[in-house]
Design a protein around this ligand. Structure first.
Ligand code: 13P
Length: 256
């Protein structure tokens, strides 16, 4: 049984004051819910504040939105794994479609970052997903397989077991146009089948695959009830503390 994982990707939003306000409400709402893993992924400038606020909280973990693969050195503007570990960051989102489309991240870059995160004992959340043009051209499986094989190249089965994947169809991100539960399930099942080909059935059965793209409280239960959907990576709806807590509660409601 895979434990569901719900993460809030705040993207380039929230000042420290706003993050503090979010936490005040959110931590009350989420209480000591432990049936799913909960991760907050704030911006770099709010990581320290959120880390401090979560230091006495057991059931909410911290993630970062990106990191560089190199050890500390002359890489102006970049953030190392060591810097994130110092702030008790446990997860790192890698290869988000916004980074791929707007900042030139390739599968090869995502691969380097994934290896560096694993070496630093952080859990990578590796994002993959097709554009609308690719879906319309019938290329969903080709795109997902290429991204998966490229991003996870040369990882050992044990390393693959340690990561989380996020299927985020680009056309569903920030558009209000969610993939139907069936579309998402189909893609997740294909991703798991590809993982089995890269590693083996047992490992593929253990890897958690999140869905991301216009997840909100109202569509959470239907998505999270799908057999191969193991959580959500939430953008816009994660900026609202009550709404994000509702997504967590709706997910818990799908558990047996
Ligand atoms: P939205 O939930 O705003 O569609 O964003 C999804 C996403 O990109 C999460 O990483």
């Amino acid at each position: 049984m895979r434990r569901k994982i719900i993460a809030a990707n705040w993207k380039m939003n929230m000042t420290n004051d706003e993050a503090e306000g979010f936490l005040e409400t959110f931590l009350l709402e989420v209480g000591d819910e432990k049936r799913v893993d909960v991760v907050l992924v704030p911006s770099f400038t709010t990581l320290a504040k959120v880390s401090e606020k979560l230091s006495s909280v057991q059931n909410v973990k911290l993630g970062a939105q990106n990191m560089h693969w190199e050890k500390p050195g002359a890489f102006t503007g970049e953030i190392s794994a060591e810097m994130l570990r110092e702030l008790f960051v446990r997860y790192v989102v890698l290869g988000h479609s916004e980074r791929r489309a707007l900042f030139g991240e390739t599968d090869a870059i995502v691969n380097k970052k994934t290896k560096a995160a694993l070496a630093a004992t952080m859990t990578p959340i590796v994002c993959i997903g097709e554009t609308l043009a690719e879906r319309d051209a019938g290329q969903v499986e080709t795109v997902l397989e290429t991204q998966l094989r490229g991003s996870l190249a040369d990882l050992t089965p044990a390393q693959i077991e340690d990561l989380v994947l996020a299927y985020e169809p680009v056309w569903a991100i920030g558009t209000g146009r969610t993939a139907t539960p069936q579309q998402a399930q189909e893609a997740h099942a294909f991703i798991r089948k590809t993982l089995a080909a890269i590693s083996d059935d047992a490992i593929a059965g253990k890897v958690r695959i999140q869905y991301g793209g216009s997840v909100k409280p109202a569509n959470t239960a239907d998505l999270m009830s799908q057999p191969d959907i193991d959580g959500a990576l939430v953008g816009g709806a994660s900026l609202e503390p009550r709404g994000f807590a509702e997504i967590i509660q709706a997910t818990c409601g799908t558990l047996g």
